[in-house]
Design a protein around this ligand. Structure first.
Ligand SMILES: [Zn+2]
Length: 442
């Protein structure tokens, strides 16, 4: 008796991202009702399952969709607006003024769509976002069937979304209540950084986190300047957060380019997750995250692109390559962050960091069918001795052929199935013209 399933995918290779670092050859995945029902050798799968959607993915590799654990999606509309500047000049003289002038619900809707289109086409199926109007971002994610953690921004000073931290927290709780039953979206608190959020709101977030189990994501120890300025007030930011009682397994620390032994021990003791954004750190000359030391200390490190205004793309495959190469240079050890580890950082570790590893992050029975298919037959990927090496050390984003989220196909043969690409390009051009014209009138 054959079980009817929604789809059968037959691949040359499958990299499920498991503890054995398996590479399955000539295997197939049975998908039903959005989930992975089974993974079997291709010559056995038809003995158990049949489907009207039987797909032969010759010379293709299936792996979990990538998880971009930190970014500011709508900032894609500021891509290339201000480059070659260090963090504080970039923020204070360019990004914050542009945000106060241009950010609106329409800006966030159009910018988030642009980011989602770019991420899907380059193999990302889930992302974490931290930006204004998180309610609009959550709506956009749901409409396009993407998966996301949406962090509601909390800052002491007025932003386009809230006049102070209290209002930010109040609005975040409302967004969380509205999205509680959304299977694709999880809400988090996004206190921006230690230098933009004071003790009182952080204490409040610590107690709300405990009560409501809402994760917290924060930029932390991004630059040496941030840490030395805080030390002048008495405490390094990580030590201050520990005192405030906000650290824990739910806490996602973004960047951490500055970490002494004590900082690392604290992060490990509280099981804090680190989100490493190597290309943004390199571009803003923020410093180097000691990934190898963190991993040796048992800290879970995930990967993020950060916003397109400081990267300037949302290509997580590129980020994987940079992370693997940079870690070797920083550690002075070519064995630091081997290829499989880089893949795990961009998939399973991202899911663990966001607290959704029961749903996604690897290809195992029962998890959501968040899957990408990579074309391994292109000139730059041949010959294939070890597909894992190819995934990390060659250019991959443009080899993503198909993308499924929750079993639904969102990219087919490199083409977005739910987004009108021409219309999206037109919108991005219009925003660019408006922002450029507005800037030159100042
Ligand atoms: Zn950021």
């Amino acid at each position: 008796m054959l079980t009817q399933v929604d789809a059968l995918l037959h691949a040359r290779w499958i990299v499920p991202v498991d503890d054995k670092q398996s590479i399955l050859e000539h295997h197939s995945i049975a998908i039903h009702q959005g989930k992975i029902l089974d993974i079997l050798p291709t010559d056995q799968i038809h003995q158990c399952y049949s489907s009207k959607h039987d797909q032969n993915l010759e010379n293709q590799l299936l792996m979990p969709g990538l998880i971009n654990a930190h970014g500011h999606a709508a900032m894609s509309l500021f891509r290339g607006l201000a480059d070659d500047l260090e963090l504080m000049t970039w923020l204070q003289e360019h990004i914050w003024p542009a945000e106060s002038k241009w950010v609106s619900p329409d800006f966030v809707r159009d910018g988030t769509r642009l980011a989602i289109a770019e991420m899907l086409r380059s193999g990302t199926t889930c992302f974490s976002d931290m930006y204004f109007y998180p309610d609009i971002a959550a709506e956009t994610v749901t409409e396009l069937n993407m998966r996301a953690q949406i962090c509601c921004p909390i800052l002491d000073f007025p932003t386009p979304w809230a006049k102070d931290a209290d209002e930010g927290i109040h609005k975040a709780l409302k967004v969380n209540a509205a999205q509680r039953h959304n299977p694709l979206v999880k809400i988090a608190f996004g206190p921006h950084a230690p230098y933009t959020v004071s003790d009182e709101p952080l204490r409040k977030l610590a107690s709300l986190q405990e009560e409501l189990q809402i994760p917290i994501q924060m930029h932390l120890h991004e630059t040496a300047f941030e840490v030395t300025e805080a030390e002048k007030q008495g405490l390094r930011p990580i030590a201050r957060l520990e005192q405030l009682g906000i650290l824990g397994p739910h806490f996602q620390a973004v960047h951490v380019t500055q970490a002494n032994t004590e900082d690392l021990l604290t992060l490990a003791r509280y099981d804090v997750k680190v989100v490493h954004c190597p290309e943004s750190n390199l571009k803003l000359a923020s410093g180097f995250c000691p990934v190898d030391k963190m991993q040796k200390a048992g800290i879970t490190v995930a990967l993020g692109t950060d916003g397109a205004a400081s990267n300037n793309d949302l290509d997580l495959f590129g980020e994987m390559q940079t992370a693997a190469q940079l870690a070797k240079a920083v550690a002075g050890d070519a064995a630091a962050v081997p290829a499989f580890e880089a893949i795990r950082m961009a998939t399973l570790n991202g899911a663990i960091a966001l607290g959704i590893d029961d749903i996604t992050g690897s290809l195992v029975k029962g998890k959501a069918a968040d899957i990408i298919a990579i074309d391994m037959s292109r000139l730059e990927t041949l010959p294939v001795y070890n597909p894992i090496s190819q995934l990390v050390y060659t250019r991959m984003a443009d080899k993503v052929k198909h993308v499924w989220v929750n079993g639904k196909i969102l990219v087919r043969d490199g083409i977005l199935t739910q987004i009108d690409t021409e219309k999206l390009k037109q919108q991005a051009r219009q925003w660019g013209e408006k922002i450029r014209a507005g800037d030159s009138h100042d």
